[in-house]
Design a protein around this ligand. Structure first.
Ligand SMILES: [Zn+2]
Length: 148
């Protein structure tokens, strides 16, 4: 593989809306028990049925369930950075990097609304850009009116 090739990792987890080009996450939902999985699963992990999962859009916005600032990086990452579990309104809980905020405990809040972005996640051992999904805080101006 030539250096600087862009590697699209995790592409089975998201798609782009053909109309507006905006990304959305793809999960799977069980027709029998309603369990929603992310990333998509071939078999339902809740009722162990191998025929019942169907693809479903999880949308592009969710709410921070919990988060952490990592100061010891995984290989290929630069610390500090923020990771979170994001709960999607359509179902599913997504582990993701968070971008667009300072890597500090005060920069994000549990319950904060975040939106999906597709961008560089890290570089592989050869310096190739690996792209994937992240979430970023929704700008205050884009949120619905509410107490501040
Ligand atoms: Zn099930």
């Amino acid at each position: 593989m030539a250096a600087k090739d862009v590697v699209y990792q995790e592409a089975e987890c998201y798609r782009f809306d053909p109309a507006g080009g905006r990304p959305y996450l793809v999960g799977s939902r069980c027709r029998l028990c309603g369990y929603t999985a992310f990333p998509p699963r071939a078999a339902c992990p809740a009722c162990i049925n191998k025929e019942s999962m169907q693809e479903v859009s999880l949308g592009s916005r969710g709410a921070v369930d919990t988060f952490s600032v990592l100061r010891v990086p995984a290989p290929g990452f630069e610390a500090p950075y923020v990771v979170a579990y994001v709960r999607m309104p359509a179902g599913g809980r997504v582990f993701s990097l968070i971008t667009g905020c300072e890597p500090s405990e005060g920069a994000l809040a549990i319950g904060a609304e975040v939106e999906l972005v597709i961008e560089k996640i890290r570089e592989d051992g050869q310096g190739n850009e690996v792209r994937g999904y992240k979430f970023r805080p929704v700008a205050a101006a884009e949120r619905g009116a509410g107490p501040r």
